[in-house]
Design a protein around this ligand. Structure first.
Ligand code: RET
Length: 249
């Protein structure tokens, strides 16, 4: 049933994707459980963080079921150790980008609301983030080397996001001082450090077709666990001494 790519995930890849699905689901339950220990007015960051892992849980359910992907012509295929030249298709999981277009703005919101950044700055940063994800998707679905043009547009957008988080956001967080400053600086460095690995993974997978889709699942899977439940747990832990109302929210 459905279209098969010449190079696609195996049952091992599928099991790993379901394992990540379970981690995302369990994290969602934990974050919601933590939310209910707080009064309603103090739950904003718990809700944002739970929405992120909930979205990922569903995306990983799709990928584990070998859904949300489509065969895309790749220049050549390297299957396991043997390099096989010629025409062939690779399974591209476009569902990742549907996940990212929802979750990456929420991750940025978690961080930027912690620093009390102005609404216009938050919206501009989220716009750049959306450009980054959508150009990444178009590039992934492109069968020619024009795909690297889309990747380059995405990198420009990403550098704007990095500037806003590391320079502009830090300035706002430092002005607040105290617990928000500590939370922002730690979670911000964690976020940017992990996000830098995504365009590298893209280059090895959707871009260059250098690593097998099973390896892709492991690479992106580890990044997603660090970037979603890992980041979320760190952020909520650092929020222990911050009152949502003190941030003007
Ligand atoms: C793409 C390709 C185009 C250039 C760049 C990219 C960056 C993607 C990033 C994704 C982050 C995803 C997260 C998911 C949730 O856990 C689109 C791969 C820069 C940074 C954090």
């Amino acid at each position: 049933v459905g279209m098969h790519a010449d190079l696609e995930i195996t049952t091992r890849g599928s099991s790993w994707l379901f394992a990540v699905c379970a981690i995302m689901g369990a994290s969602t339950i934990v974050f919601m459980g933590m939310a209910f220990t707080k009064p309603q007015s103090e739950r904003l960051f718990h809700y944002i963080t739970a929405a992120i892992t909930c979205t990922a849980c569903i995306a990983y359910f799709a990928m584990g079921s070998n859904l949300g992907g489509t065969p895309i012509q790749a220049e050549f295929i390297r299957s396991n150790s043997a390099a096989v030249f010629g025409a062939g298709t690779r399974e591209i999981f476009y569902v990742r980008y549907i996940d990212w277009v929802v979750t990456t703005p929420l991750l940025l919101l978690d961080l930027m609301l912690t620093a009390g950044m102005p609404t216009a700055t938050i919206l501009a940063t989220i716009f750049a983030d959306e450009v980054m994800v959508v150009t990444g998707l178009i590039g992934a679905l492109t069968q020619t080397s024009y795909k690297w043009g889309f990747w380059t547009f995405g990198m420009f957008a990403f550098f704007f996001v990095v500037y806003e988080i590391l320079i502009d956001g830090r300035r706002h967080a430092n002005a607040l001082g105290g617990a928000p400053k500590k939370a922002y600086n730690l979670a911000g460095v964690w976020l940017i450090g992990i996000w830098f690995l995504y365009p590298i993974a893209w280059g090895l997978c959707e871009g260059g077709n250098v690593i097998h889709p099973d390896s892709e699942s492991i690479f992106y899977g580890i990044l997603d666990v660090l970037a979603k439940p890992g980041f979320g747990a760190l952020l909520l832990f650092m929020h222990k001494n911050i009152r949502v109302s003190d941030l003007g929210l």
